[in-house]
Design a protein around this ligand. Structure first.
Ligand code: ZN
Length: 305
């Protein structure tokens, strides 16, 4: 039998929203997958094809869920790798250097900062909410295979509901599972002459970090304008879930935070790559409380707090 004949893809069917996700009995993180590898195929040699493990690519990592003890083989982007499942996650996952990133200035960005909307009523304030990723760009993957794009959209819609309830005008960069080009996202805020721009994401670790070892929330900003907004949101989010480690406000030169005149920030609500972060993201009871905290933070910033 050829190796290809042993391969089988596994699809995880998600339960209704709010229901408990299937338990992960055994989770194993294997080395980094090359960037751009998206289709993961897995086969367990121990169990042949009868009970293949599920592999999800979490940004740079492949997480294997519910594999059989013993020797397993996975194929990632055509490269065959074998691994042995131990009761505990391996201490030395393969680390890779972070790829170099390049940045360009937004051509349509003005250099003048918008005046702070202090004193304005919510009805006079336009918020642009950006649910990260979408369409063929799924973002990170949870251990059970929930794409980050879905988690981002769910949270963004919950934030919109909170803001609309309070009277704010809200524009979404996407309202469904469609692809929006990176630079079209801040452009939407410029086109709407928005007062603020908030991008919503869920985090995944870099190449050198085991995804089972990291879970936190953080808000990224590029300049002091965005930083004040990020701080107001972060304080409220941290108070809404004190059990989730808080990295606070971090600096990032992202296309969606690099807006000289519109206060902009990017929320990493949790690590979707951690089983507990995945469960928190999927929790339909918890989500509105996080959305309310983000709306509270926006209100604090508008009030000049
Ligand atoms: Zn993301």
């Amino acid at each position: 039998m050829t190796f290809a004949a042993l391969l089988a893809t596994v699809t995880i069917v998600f339960p209704p929203e709010g229901a408990k996700l299937p338990a992960i009995n055994r989770s194993y993180v294997m080395g980094a997958a090359e960037d751009g590898e998206s289709s993961l195929v897995v086969s367990s040699l121990t169990s042949r094809v009868s009970s293949p493990a599920f592999v999800s690519r979490t940004g740079a990592w492949a997480t294997v869920v519910d594999v059989k003890p013993g020797t397993n083989v996975v194929e990632i982007g055509g490269v065959r790798r074998s691994f042995t499942v131990a009761p505990i996650a391996p201490a030395n996952p393969i680390a890779r250097a972070e790829p170099k990133k390049t940045y360009t200035k937004l051509p349509y960005a003005a250099d003048q900062a918008k005046p702070h909307p202090k004193g304005k009523k919510p009805e006079e304030i336009t918020v642009v909410l950006d649910a990260g990723h979408g369409g063929h760009d799924g973002g990170a993957l949870s251990p059970h295979g929930l794409p980050e794009k879905d988690a981002n959209l769910r949270l963004a819609k919950a934030v919109r509901a909170e803001l609309v309830k309070r009277g704010y005008k809200v524009i979404m960069t996407r309202e469904d599972d469609t692809f929006v080009a990176l630079y079209d996202r801040p452009k939407a805020a410029h086109r709407a002459n928005a007062d603020l721009f908030v991008s919503i994401h869920h985090n995944a670790p870099g190449y050198a970090t085991n995804p089972l070892a990291v879970r936190s929330q953080s808000v990224y900003a590029w300049n002091p304008l965005g930083e004040r907004l990020a701080k107001a949101i972060n304080v409220r989010m941290a108070a809404a879930d004190p059990s989730l480690p808080n990295e606070g406000v971090l600096h990032a030169n992202f296309a969606v935070t690099r807006n000289p005149e519109i206060p902009s920030c990017l929320i990493e609500a949790d690590y979707i790559t951690h089983p507990d972060g995945e469960a928190a993201t999927w929790d339909a009871v918890r989500r509105p409380s996080i959305a309310a905290a983000i709306a509270d933070g926006i209100a604090d910033w508008v009030a000049g707090k």
